[in-house]
Design a binder for this molecule. Sequence first.
Ligand code: FE2
Length: 215
Amino acid sequence: MNLTLPPLPYALDALEPHISRRTLAVHHGYHHAAYVDKTRTLARGTPLESATLEDIIHSSAGSGNTGLFNVAAQAWNHAFYWQSMRPGGGGEPTGAVAQLITRQFGDQRTFSQKFVTAAGDRFGSGWAWLVLDGDRLEVTSTSNAQTPLTTTAVPLLTIDVWEHAYYLDFQQRRLDYIAAFLAHLVNWEFANQNLDVALGVQRNQLQAGGTSNAM
Ligand code: FE2
């Protein structure tokens, strides 16, 4: 099994003062690491032992193996979350994502309000996402380990709203954490990379469909 904990894409103190070194050390080094370890343990000796994390998520979701799904999806969601942030990020979106946000939501402010509502209103633990579903952007949230990977939507960025993501820095003030994420941390370049890949896949599917229709 090749499943390993991916390193953080920045130093432990790179997101300060918004997310502290202490939070990242515990969140990545304990929580994320534990999800990866448990996925490896549960998949060992099964047909999924050498599968990719994405394949483990799809297979366990399809077979109803909730124990394996929960840890595998959490391992994937966390890796995606680290990349959804960067030092000096946040603020106005850029590139094609910015154009789609304007087309879909009217303006950046409306998008931000929807994102704050989705992340703030998620009851208990979970995630909020910006996703591409077909040709539409959507702001969604998922509970516990649930992930857009098992849907038709393609995730562009996410925020972790489990308490372990923010409690050391913000205590119960989840809305302050979400505001800091939007203003100072969002990695719009990462969202644009994911959008670019998703649109490329759609173009290829259209071309393949056109070819097969022609035949
Ligand atoms: Fe987390």
